[in-house]
Ligand binder design. Structure first.
Ligand code: BES
Ligand code: ZN
Ligand code: ZN
Length: 497
């Protein structure tokens, strides 16, 4: 996909014109917010172009073929919904919708005319960045393992505006985010035999070569030597070695304390000896999305040259049930010397994260954020709408909520209390890897993680519900497939930290 900025739509060679439209408050088709250009199209319209078919709701569009408007053959009106409700997300959704329309119509080029945009919405709400994000996210499709039917569609979009410098900057920012999010989505979508810890580490090394990110990878021997008993113990049932991936970005003075991002990189979770049931087990290829989203965020942070110091840690393993696998009841000693009874080998995410969190806490960062597809209970509680956040610091929660408000990704602050901590106190070791009582499974998992962050301000994102399978909620997210959930929020958090 290529996006360029031009001064006026009339200079474009494309035959396809795109215009935004909206609805004025509360009223129906009669009160469409019409720029003079749209009015002229509707005046020329024959029966199939009647206002009735042109609703302007978000996600709606109307195609007018064989028009003579400014010599454009085809004009596509793209609805933004009610004027008073338009936000940046409306443009992101419109971008997703437009990309789908253009690829269905096989219109490989088009020009978006913004010259009359102020008739449609207020200046400070309009976001080229969000619009290009929506287009770019939707352009992603994993077809590298299809022998036929690979997508040939490569869109060239021109954006016509007199505010060239600002538009160019927004397009550039958007494309940096798009590349990073789509990179992360591909890692998540690839299945276990195509994306394991060893391949993941190589992909990160390749992607960060020649950038300002320094990548270091620990192999199995180093992981053992560093006393990462959780990551090592979880990996024992698999024939594929684990990896610990460290990505360091220094964009600010050395005196500025770093932000640490930690992501669960479980490339396939069979449950181990506590084997998961067969239905939908294939979806456990997505159990690495916390890790891949942290990787995506790092790539974006570097591309955007953010003035921050950020380190990402991705413990990566498979969870399998081979002959050397950790058994239920086994006791593991983790990086910070705490011991844990593994009562359920399927609660493995917290074990591999624990070592990474301890390592992060040792570096005394300003803050630690971790992200993981940690519990099925999170999916039950919040569905695929919100990511749950758990924290030991209310100020930090506010900062995350502010970041999420501006990216319009949804987070929900979940409780984390003494009761959850006492639920994971061990019988034969310090801790249990599952709660003693039923219920609050996401909170007991978070309470487990809390044992490893010392007194560093920390927040945990449980993205089990939002990491893949966004349903049909968002035009720019595939109904099935990795979503890149919370990458934009992490980047926003770091940029304002
Ligand atoms: N990767 C899963 C969590 C998960 C389940 C994410 C379903 C998305 C959808 C995690 O490793 C796991 O299996 N957790 C267990 C914990 C339980 C054994 C306490 C769970 O949620 O069932
Ligand atoms: Zn599991
Ligand atoms: Zn898991």
């Amino acid at each position: 996909m290529k996006v360029s900025v031009v001064k006026s739509a009339s200079s474009s060679k494309s035959k396809n014109l795109i215009l935004f439209s909206a609805i004025s408050e509360g009223k129906k088709s009669k009160n469409l917010v019409l720029s003079s250009k749209i009015k002229s199209i509707l005046d020329l319209a024959t029966t199939d172009m009647e206002e009735e078919t042109f609703k302007s709701t978000i996600g709606s569009s109307s195609l007018y073929r064989h028009t003579q408007v400014d010599n454009f053959q085809n004009v596509l009106l793209l609805g933004l919904g009610e004027k008073k409700n338009i936000t940046a997300e409306s443009f992101r959704l419109a971008g997703g919708h437009l990309y789908k329309m253009l690829s269905q119509l096989n219109y490989k080029n088009a020009v978006l005319d913004l010259s009359q945009l102020n008739a449609i919405c207020s200046k400070n709400i309009f976001s080229i960045q969000a619009f290009v994000e929506g287009l770019g996210f939707t352009s992603y499709k994993l077809c590298e393992h299809k022998t036929k039917g690979k997508s040939e569609f490569d869109l060239k979009l021109e954006i016509a505006t007199t505010k060239g410098a600002k538009a160019n900057k927004e397009v550039k920012t958007a494309l940096s985010i798009v590349d990073s999010v789509n990179f992360a989505k591909r890692l998540g979508d690839l299945p276990g035999n195509k994306m394991n810890p060893v391949i993941l580490a190589k992909e990160v090394q390749k992607a960060t070569k020649g950038t300002k990110i320094k990548t270091t990878v620990w192999d199995k021997a180093r992981i053992k030597k560093e006393n990462f008993g959780g990551l090592y113990g979880v990996s024992l049932g698999s024939g594929v070695e684990p990896r610990f991936i460290i990505m360091e970005y220094k964009g600010a003075a050395a005196s500025k304390k770093p932000v640490f991002l930690v992501g669960k990189g479980l490339t396939f979770d069979s449950g181990g000896i506590s084997l998961k049931p067969s239905p939908s087990m294939d979806e456990m290829k997505y159990d690495m999305c916390g890790g891949t989203n942290v990787i995506g965020a790092m790539l974006a942070i570097e591309k955007l040259k953010l003035k921050a110091n950020v380190t990402a840690l991705i413990p990566s393993s498979e969870n399998m049930s081979g002959e050397f696998a950790t058994r239920p009841g086994d006791i593991l000693t983790l990086r910070n010397k705490k011991t844990v009874e593994v009562l359920n080998t399927d609660a493995e995410g917290r074990l591999i994260l624990a070592d990474a969190l301890s390592y992060a806490a040792e570096k005394k960062p300003a803050v630690i954020l971790d992200m993981a597809t940690l519990t099925g209970a999170m999916l039950m509680a919040l569905g695929n709408i919100h990511a749950g956040i758990f924290s030991n610091d209310d100020q930090l929660v506010k900062k995350i909520q502010n970041a999420a408000r501006s990216t319009e990704e949804k987070v929900w602050h979940m409780p984390l209390t003494e009761e959850h901590s006492s639920d994971i106190k061990g019988t034969f070791a310090d801790l249990l890897n599952i709660g003693k009582t039923r219920g609050a499974g996401s909170a007991t998992a978070a309470a487990f993680l809390k044992e490893f962050v010392s007194d560093i301000p920390w927040a945990h994102f449980d993205i089990a519900g939002t990491a893949w399978n966004a349903g049909d909620r968002k035009s720019y997210c595939p109904p099935k497939g990795a979503t890149g959930s919370m990458i934009r929020t992490l980047v926003e958090f770091v940029s304002t930290f």
